[in-house]
Design a protein around this ligand. Structure first.
Ligand code: SAH
Ligand code: SF4
Length: 386
């Protein structure tokens, strides 16, 4: 059955289809700049180095949007900054809210490309699901984003901008110490974060800075479909929590469901996981496993899974398949999910079943897909800005 729905793997070397947009008014955006880059701005102006620290605090700790608020700088300096720089957020073209409180922002950048960011409120936390690319080069068979071609990588500014937007929305600059609505980040939106590693890493370093947005690395989870050679580097540089989209226990099936497996098969992927720098029982790797009826959900699969990950401090997140129009799978029955979870749990691995959130607004895992596609030559930046 699977052979019918599987196109040949698309594992051509990654190449961006489009460049990132320029700011419409020509002013550079400060959101997304590092401490060093802010320092370079003031050095070039002949200003002392402490100005960069001041500006950093205004933009990433206090969330300033207007230079007029920066009262510890002279009016003249503020005016000068204003002619060259802005603190722009990604333009929101639509904000939807689910009956369960999940929010989904559709962001439309200056080049007309669109992505989605999702906020999932829970009792003790609020998680922002951040996108890393417009579309995706990979073609996982159960994922709606995978049916959309890659258009381009997101810039550092666009990734940090998604976080700034959440802080704006919930008034958390720096906000209350307790009861925050936005506490965690998952890099589980559109795109494969390890295929846009440089920008994702620079963005997360800004987001994690304790004197700025201050999201703890323990509250950030990066999810990858299995770009094995990048996993160690990600752990060494960022020390964030890692999630692996495993979804199958044999290469034969994983080659089909997650075509990247043909490049980095299960053994190589798990080897990379074993070498993940922060690994311990307190900081387990999450293996994500989408439950597909009759495909990967048998008790034998569960037993094979437990064997496969033996020795890796892990948690198995079972994700009921979220359907989308034309999807070639069905979700496993609740009984099959329960049986699978029990086997994994009995082997000593926590096996929470992820509750679908925001499915009424198509915000659940794997349902994100924007209208953006590679722009055709006949349509140069046609509808940008409308
Ligand atoms: N590209 C990264 C991160 C984005 S996808 C990755 O693949 O890990 C985030 C998670 O949602 C992944 O585990 C992915 O496999 C899962 N997912 C994709 N489509 C889904 C669907 N239709 N139903 C449930 N989970 C899905
Ligand atoms: Fe891309 Fe992740 Fe979807 Fe696979 S599951 S197509 S890697 S976004």
């Amino acid at each position: 059955m699977l052979d019918d729905i599987v196109p040949p793997p698309q594992l051509a070397p990654f190449k961006e289809a489009l460049p990132a947009p320029q700011s419409p008014d020509g002013r550079a955006n400060l959101i997304g700049l590092s401490r060093e880059e802010l320092g370079a701005i003031f050095a070039e102006m002949g200003e002392p180095a402490f100005r960069a620290r001041q500006l950093w605090g205004w933009i990433y700790c206090k969330g300033a949007r207007d230079f007029a608020d920066m009262t510890d700088m002279s009016k003249k300096l503020r005016a000068k900054l204003e002619t060259r720089y802005a603190m722009r957020r990604p333009p929101v073209s639509r904000l939807q809210e689910s009956v369960d409180g999940t929010k989904k922002w559709l962001l439309r950048f200056d080049d007309g490309q669109e992505i989605e960011t999702v906020h999932i409120p829970e009792e003790d936390r609020g998680t922002l699901c951040v996108s890393s690319q417009v579309g995706c080069t990979l073609t996982c068979k159960f994922c709606h984003t995978g049916t959309q071609r890659l258009v381009r990588n997101l810039t550092v500014e666009e990734i940090v901008g998604q976080v700034a937007l959440a802080k704006d929305t919930f008034g958390e600059w720096p906000g209350p110490e307790t009861g925050r609505k936005f506490t965690n980040i998952v890099m589980m939106g559109m795109g494969e974060p390890l295929f846009n590693y440089e920008n994702v890493a620079r963005a997360l370093k800004i987001v994690m800075d304790p004197d700025g947005m201050a999201v703890s690395r323990r509250k950030i989870t990066l999810s990858t479909s299995g770009v094995a050679p990048m996993i160690r580097r990600c752990g060494e540089d960022l020390r964030v929590m890692l999630a692996i989209s495993l979804h199958a226990v044999t290469d034969e099936l994983r080659d089909v469901l997650v075509p990247l497996n043909r490049k980095y098969p299960i053994a190589e992927l798990l080897e990379a996981c074993r070498g993940y720098p922060t690994l311990s029982n307190a900081r387990r790797i999450t293996f994500e496993y989408v439950m597909l009826k009759g495909v990967n959900d048998s008790p034998a699969d569960a037993r094979a899974l437990v064997k496969l990950i033996a020795g890796i401090p892990a948690k198995i997140n079972l994700i009921p398949f979220n359907a989308w129009p034309g999807a070639p799978f069905e979700c496993s029955t609740p009984e099959a999910i329960e049986r699978f979870a029990q086997i994994v749990n009995d082997a000593g691995y926590p096996s929470p079943v992820r509750k679908p959130r925001g499915s009424d607004i198509f915000a659940a895992c794997g349902q994100l897909k924007s209208a953006s596609e590679r722009q055709r030559k006949s349509q140069p930046a046609a509808d940008a800005g409308d």
